[in-house]
Design a protein around this ligand. Structure first.
Ligand SMILES: [Fe+2]
Length: 571
C-alpha cells in the first residue's frame, strides 16, 4: 500500500509511506530555499516518489493534512472542477449543498490559474483515493505511530490548525480515539507566539528565540503587572476556565510564507519596552511551562496514563519537554522530533496507513534521516564542474575530527538529510565545544545569529551519562537537560547560561560516520562531544543539495567542507 502525504500550508511538505514503512519525508523549504515555505510542495512530492521508486499513478492514497477546499490542491492534482468538488464532497460529507455551491463559485472566481506545461503537476489516477486528515489528528498520528507505545495518552498543541489549538487523544493498539479538543480561546501556542511577535520576531519561527532568551531574564520583573498572564488561557479539570480573545489574527504572504500579526502584540511590546525583552521572555516561558504542565498532569491522571506521546509546534519547546521529563509526569515520554507543521505530511500518511491496514502496532523510530542524499559520483561531478579545490579522503571522519581539534569550523554534508528543524549530522556545521569564545566565533564567522542563542552538543551515547544529568535518550535535540556541574567548563560553548544544553546522543548503529568522527575527536581531545549547529545562515533553510552547501561554504567563514568522501577548501 503506497501512501503519499501532502501538507499544503505553513511548512509545506511531502512524505511517502509504503506498506507501513516510512520511505521519505521532506519540507519544500529545503528545495525552494524560502524558510517555512507555504506553497505547493511539488519538489517534495517529486523527491518522495523517486525515493520510493514509484510513480504518481501507483499511489493507493493521497493523505492531505492541509485544507481540502484549498484551490491549490486543484492545481497540484490538475483536477477538473467536477473532480475537485467530488473530493471535497467525499471528505466533508457534512458540508451543506449551499456551502458546496459557494465553494465552487469561489474557486472559479478566485482561481483561474492553471499550471503551464513546464511546471510539475500530477494527474490523479482513477484508483488513487484522496483523504483529508484533520490537522491535529495528523499531529497525533505523527506522535503515536512513531512512539513505539501500544497504549498512551497523546497531547497535541500548537497555535491553531483546522480550528483546534489543543487536542487530547487516546492511542490504543494502533487506533487513535479523540478525547477532547479546544479551540483558539485555549491556545497555549498563540499565547507564546503573541509574546514572540512583541519581542520583534517572526511568529512560527522566532519562538525558539523567546525560549533561548528566557534564561537571561527574571520573571518577577514583569510579574507585578500581570500583563502577560492576561493572555494565558486558564484550564481546570480539563475545561477552559479562562478563554482568551486573541482578536482577529491576520497575516500576509511574503515570498509564499505566512507572516502573522496579533492585534494585541503592540500592548505586549509596551511591556517589553518597560521591563526588558529578557524579562518578558522569562515570564512567558514560565507561564507556558506551569500552565501546560498542569494541563498535562490533569489528563494523565484522568486517563491513568503511564505513557505520553506529543506533537504540535509547542512541543518544539525543549525547556517545556525538560520539565515534563524532570517532573516525572509519566513513566515514558515520546516527542515526535518534527513536531511542528513540517511533520504533518508524515502524520497524515501514517494515519491513513494504519486506518487501512490490519497492523495494530506502532513502531519506535530510531532516526529521522528521510531526506535527499547524493552519491560520491554525483558530488564529485558538481565539484568538478565548478572547478573547486577538492580532494578525496580515505577517512573523512578522522580528517574532520583532526581539523575540529585544530579549531577549524567544518561544514558536514553526509548521507540523507534529516527531517525537522534540527541538524542531526546530515547537514551540520561543527566546531570544538571546549572554548567559551567558540560560541561567539562561530556566530561571527558563520551563523550571524543573535548572541544569546545557545548552540547544541552532539555526544557519543556511551559517554552521555558523564556529561548530562538525565537518563532520557534524546537523539533529536528535542529536550533540554542539565549539564553536570563538573563538565560545564569542559563544553562551555554548548552549555547555556542556565547550565542546560539540548543534546543529540549519537549511536554507532544509527549514524556510523558521525559516531566515528566523535570517536576520533574524543581520541584527540579527551572530549566525546562536538558543537553541532544547522548547516545554514540565520534566516535561511538548512542546506539540502551539494550546491546549497557550496554556496553556504563560500558565503561564510567555514574553513572546510566535508561533503561525502570529499574535502573542499578555499584555497
Ligand atoms: Fe500544527
Amino acid at each position: 500500500m503506497k501512501i503519499l502525504g501532502i501538507h499544503i500550508g505553513h511548512d509545506s511538505g511531502s512524505s511517502l509511506v509504503v506498506d507501513g514503512q516510512i520511505v521519505a519525508d521532506v519540507s519544500e523549504e529545503r528545495f525552494v530555499r524560502i524558510k517555512h515555505y507555504a506553497g505547493l510542495p511539488v519538489n517534495s512530492i517529486h523527491f518522495c516518489l523517486n525515493a520510493g521508486k514509484t510513480s504518481f499513478d501507483e499511489l493507493d492514497f493521497i493523505a492531505i493534512s492541509g485544507e481540502i477546499t484549498d484551490p491549490k490542491l486543484k492545481i497540484l492534482l490538475n483536477l477538473s472542477d467536477e473532480q475537485f468538488n467530488q473530493i471535497i464532497t467525499n471528505n466533508l460529507p457534512q458540508i451543506s449543498f449551499g456551502a458546496r455551491v459557494k465553494n465552487i463559485i469561489k474557486n472559479r472566481i478566485t482561481y483561474h490559474e492553471s499550471s503551464p506545461l513546464y511546471m510539475s503537476f500530477y494527474n490523479l489516477a482513477p484508483k488513487t483515493k484522496v483523504i483529508k486528515v484533520d490537522h491535529h489528528l495528523a499531529h497525533a498520528s505523527s506522535a503515536y505511530y512513531t512512539s513505539g507505545f501500544q497504549n498512551c495518552l497523546i497531547i497535541t498543541c500548537d497555535g491553531v490548525g483546522d480550528g483546534t489549538s489543543v487536542g487530547v487523544w487516546n492511542g490504543s493498539h494502533g487506533k487513535i480515539k479523540e478525547i477532547k479538543r479546544y479551540g483558539t480561546s485555549g491556545s497555549f501556542g498563540w499565547f507564546y507566539s503573541l509574546v514572540t511577535e512583541a519581542l520583534g520576531w517572526w511568529v512560527g519561527d522566532g519562538e525558539g528565540k523567546t525560549m533561548g532568551l528566557a534564561p537571561y531574564g527574571d520573571r518577577k520583573a514583569v510579574l507585578k503587572k500581570e500583563v502577560l498572564a492576561n493572555y494565558l488561557p486558564g484550564y481546570q479539570n480539563g475545561e477552559i476556565t479562562k478563554g482568551i480573545d486573541f482578536g482577529t489574527v491576520k497575516y500576509f504572504r511574503e515570498h509564499d510564507a505566512f507572516h502573522w500579526h496579533f492585534p494585541d502584540a503592540i500592548k505586549i511590546q509596551k511591556v517589553v519596552q518597560d521591563f526588558g525583552p529578557e524579562n518578558v521572555a522569562a515570564e512567558a516561558q514560565d507561564l507556558l511551562e506551569e500552565s501546560l504542565l498542569d494541563f498535562i498532569r490533569c489528563w494523565v491522571k484522568k486517563e491513568t496514563a503511564r505513557n505520553l506521546a506529543t506533537a504540535g509546534g509547542v512541543f518544539l519547546n525543549v525547556k517545556l519537554n525538560q520539565k515534563i521529563i524532570e517532573d516525572n509526569i509519566v513513566e515514558n515520554y515520546s516527542i515526535f522530533p518534527n513536531a511542528g507543521d513540517a511533520g504533518l505530511a508524515l502524520g497524515a500518511a501514517l494515519y491513513v496507513s494504519k486506518k487501512f491496514s490490519p497492523d495494530n502496532t506502532t513502531q519506535k523510530i530510531d532516526h529521522i534521516y528521510w531526506g535527499p542524499s547524493y552519491s560520491n559520483d554525483e558530488i564529485e561531478l558538481i565539484l568538478k564542474e565548478r572547478n573547486l579545490p577538492y580532494r578525496k579522503s580515505d577517512n573523512i571522519a578522522q580528517e574532520a575530527a583532526r581539523a575540529l581539534a585544530d579549531q577549524k569550523i567544518i561544514g558536514w554534508f553526509q548521507g540523507k538529510m534529516e527531517s525537522g528543524p534540527r541538524a542531526l549530522g546530515g547537514r551540520s556545521i561543527l566546531f570544538d565545544p571546549g572554548k567559551p569564545e567558540n560560541k561567539d566565533i562561530i556566530n561571527m564567522r558563520v551563523k550571524f545569529r543573535e548572541p544569546f542563542r545557545p548552540f547544541c552538543p552532539s555526544i557519543m551515547e556511551e559517554y552521555a551519562h558523564e556529561y548530562l544529568s538525565t537518563s532520557y535518550k534524546d537523539r533529536y535535540m528535542i529536550t533540554a537537560c542539565k549539564v553536570k556541574d563538573e563538565k560545564r567548563n569542559v563544553i562551555p560553548a554548548v552549555t547555556h547560561v542556565d547550565g542546560t544544553c539540548r543534546p543529540q546522543l549519537i549511536s554507532r548503529q544509527i549514524n556510523r560516520r558521525f559516531w566515528e568522527l566523535l570517536d576520533y575527536f574524543h581520541q584527540y581531545t579527551g572530549v566525546p562531544v562536538i558543537l553541532n549547529t544547522s548547516f545554514n545562515i540565520k534566516g535561511e533553510p538548512i542546506v539540502c543539495s551539494p550546491r546549497d552547501a557550496i554556496k553556504c561554504f563560500f558565503d561564510t567563514g567555514l574553513d572546510l567542507l566535508c561533503i561525502g568522501d570529499f574535502i573542499v577548501s578555499k584555497r
